[in-house]
Design a protein around this ligand. Structure first.
Ligand code: ADP
Ligand code: ADP
Length: 226
């Protein structure tokens, strides 16, 4: 089974705007997949629906063996989400932000603390564990959200524009980290509007424009066309 299968997804927002017009795509287990498209294309809407943060109008989303409508608890456990907006409590300490996310997945505190240490170290944030998140730089906040998304060691990691506003050096070290996590077996999907980022990281790519998938191919095949 694929890590993610989306069938004929549509989204009409309350104001009548049709953000997704029948999106279908499938991501194999172990893949590193980019959803590439300009601002406003429908990337965040798609990600939001997969994570049940946004309601869909029609369509079907299956994460491994779990349909998000029929078995949300299982789908939730499979997914780690790194949203585009910083959405943690900025007065909380970095360590506590990661540990508390473990609680959201029903993890016991000792395990959540162990994982928080593991991922804060891996992301170069261990020195910052006891400072309130508001004092971290933008790039550090982004890495904190990645550590938080990994606390329950999800099989599928989804990142919405993970390197937006991150400087080049930091971007490269985030890329290396994501490649390592993927090599260790985590399926990764990210949205981006940089072809360069998709090219550096991903094996497969879906290009979305105006709420429609206009291309779905391997990076190699896409680069041959250009
Ligand atoms: P992307 O992530 O590719 O930039 P989004 O999924 O955020 O695109 O947005 C797709 C389109 O849907 C955009 O035109 C955006 O303005 C619109 N949109 C997003 N959220 C809402 C909303 N809550 N109500 C109405 N329109 C929205
Ligand atoms: P809030 O609206 O206060 O952010 P939520 O319940 O929406 O509260 O989210 C709490 C935390 O759980 C956030 O860190 C959010 O990113 C995460 N979260 C919410 N829904 C999901 C989901 N479906 N899968 C994974 N993480 C989620």
């Amino acid at each position: 089974i694929p890590a993610l299968r989306i069938e004929n997804l549509s989204k009409v927002y309350d104001n009548g705007f049709e953000a997704l017009k029948g999106v279908s795509l499938s991501v194999e287990q172990g893949d590193f997949y980019a959803l590439l498209g300009p601002n406003g294309a429908g990337k965040s809407t798609t990600i939001g629906i997969i994570c049940s943060l946004v309601s869909k109008t029609t369509g079907k989303v299956q994460v491994f063996d779990a349909d998000i409508d029929e078995n949300f608890p299982a789908a939730k456990k499979y997914i780690g989400i790194v949203p585009q907006e910083f959405n943690f409590n900025v007065f909380e300490k970095a360590f506590d932000i990661v540990v508390n996310q473990g609680g959201y997945y029903g993890m016991q505190a000792p395990l959540a603390r162990e994982r928080a240490e593991k991922y804060l170290r891996a992301l170069g944030l261990w020195d910052k564990r006891d400072v309130p998140a508001r004092t971290l730089s933008g790039g550090m906040k982004r890495r904190l959200m990645i550590a938080r998304a990994l606390v329950h060691e999800p099989k599928l990691l989804i990142l919405d524009e993970p390197t937006a506003g991150v400087d080049i050096e930091m971007r490269r070290s985030m890329w290396d980290f994501l490649k390592k996590i993927n090599a260790e077996g985590t399926t990764i999907i990210l949205t981006t509007h940089y072809l360069e980022e998709a090219e550096a990281l991903c094996r497969h790519i879906g290009i979305i424009n105006n709420g429609e998938i206009v291309e779905n191919t391997s990076i190699k095949a896409l680069l041959r066309q250009l």
